[in-house]
Ligand binder design. Structure first.
Ligand SMILES: NC(=O)c1ccc[n+]([C@@H]2O[C@H](COP(=O)([O-])OP(=O)(O)OC[C@H]3O[C@@H](n4cnc5c(N)ncnc54)[C@H](OP(=O)(O)O)[C@@H]3O)[C@@H](O)[C@H]2O)c1
Length: 370
């Protein structure tokens, strides 16, 4: 009989603004799982390899402003695939998002010990998954994940990468003129999605302008990832005129495409530099998730007939994930896309890492290795 200790992260307090490590605690006493008796028919036991730390996890924390009413066990999003992730947590619940791991016991004919799987099973070292009811469950393709780290299934070869590719394809100019000479601006350019988009854009021949916080990130984006210019939004200190001027210097020919992960002042400053027929993808609005105001696509963009913009959500591109994964994997193999990961060891570090990701300390995909 094997008794396994399962350390888990519990949610203990709703945030005032951005997530802090004090909003979580390590579960005590540690849960014990008997690997020989814990499963019912149709279930598998998974040992975690990596856990994903994502900006959207502020939603299940029940922060006012991200959604109007904090109602535990409900989701503001009527989307089957997103239900687990976005359901508002009760204080005391096991918290977290997606993880990837190995099957260590199985009572399901289709899955055997050793299989690599991913699902939204929260921040814990082991997870019992009912395959049928876990809508985001996937068995990871051996032909891909025998060649790259399984951690990439949570980043560039997972939801983040698929979203990056979907949004990038949307903002690609639709006229006949060559991409060379056109400018794309990518915000949170040193983050998982931003860095993926920046690399896709360099491959296509765009002039790529990244927006990121701090000199260190900027230097790395210029030297290692060959971005053409970087704007440190922190230098603008909340001043729209100054920010807009800094962008003008970085994009002297104006902005043809904009992939936005940040919203707020960043979206306002880019708006002032847009060219005619610019295309814009609102992927996320991390600068607004903690400010208590509801998030909406900036109206001036949607009201401007000379700009084509879209906001999308996981459900819009979920069907594209397998194909996107193959395309992105090919780029990795050709050396045209580098998976960049910011990995910290130990489940107990997860709350601190979540707080630090919100403070911009990550470069690339934020992950916990177990
Ligand atoms: N539409 C969808 O289906 C979907 C799916 C996944 C993610 N998203 C969204 O995509 C965005 C990027 O996600 P990700 O997973 O790739 O995260 P990430 O970019 O790896 O990490 C978040 C980054 O946001 C930046 N940031 C934090 N607060 C900021 C602020 N107030 N102003 C400007 N920048 C700030 C920080 O970088 P700096 O150092 O540069 O500040 C931080 O590194 C998020 O908004 C997320 O919610 C959307």
């Amino acid at each position: 009989m094997a008794i396994l200790s399962n350390r888990r992260i519990l949610f203990v307090a709703r945030p005032e603004n951005t997530p802090k490590s004090a909003h979580f605690t390590l579960s005590e006493p540690v849960e014990e799982i008997n690997s020989e008796t814990c499963l019912n028919e149709g279930e598998i036991l998974v040992k975690t390899l990596f856990l994903s730390v994502d900006p959207y996890l502020i939603i299940p924390m029940g922060r006012k402003g991200v959604h109007p009413d904090v109602v535990p066990n409900q989701t503001p999003y009527p989307l089957k695939q997103f239900k687990n992730a976005a359901t508002i947590a009760n204080v005391g619940d096991v918290f977290g998002g997606r993880g990837v791991g190995h099957v260590v016991a199985s009572k399901h004919d289709d899955y055997k010990v050793g299989d690599l799987v991913a699902a939204d099973y929260k921040w814990q070292e082991y997870a019992i998954i009912n395959v049928k009811s876990e809508l985001t469950f996937e068995k990871l393709e051996n032909e891909i994940f025998s060649q790259v780290s399984p951690s990439t299934a949570l980043g560039v070869l997972g939801v983040s990468g698929s979203n990056a590719l979907w949004g990038f394809n949307f903002v690609l100019p639709k006229d006949e003129k060559p991409i060379e000479g056109k400018t794309i601006v990518v915000s949170a350019a040193a983050g998982c999605i931003g860095l993926t988009v920046a690399q896709l854009a360099k491959n296509k021949g765009f002039r790529v302008v990244g927006i990121a916080g701090g000199e260190e990130k900027g230097e790395k984006l210029l030297s290692e990832f060959k971005l053409d210019a970087v704007v440190d939004y922190k230098k603008a200190n909340g001043d729209l005129t100054l920010f807009s001027q800094l962008l003008k210097e970085a994009a002297p020919n104006g902005v043809d495409a904009f992939f936005d992960n940040v919203g707020g002042l960043v979206a306002d400053a880019v708006y002032e530099n847009l060219n005619l027929n610019a295309r814009v993808y609102f992927c996320g609005a991390i600068s607004q998730y903690g400010d208590g105001k509801s998030i909406s696509t900036p109206e001036k963009y949607t009201n401007n007939p000379n700009v084509t913009s879209i906001t999308c959500f996981q459900a819009d591109y979920i069907d594209t994930i397998p194909q996107a994964r193959r395309e992105l994997f090919e780029l990795i193999q050709k050396g045209q896309l580098k998976p960049v990961e910011w990995i910290t060891n130990g489940i107990e570090q997860t709350p601190r890492v979540f707080e630090e990701m919100y403070a911009g300390r990550n470069f690339g995909k934020t992950l916990i290795q177990i």
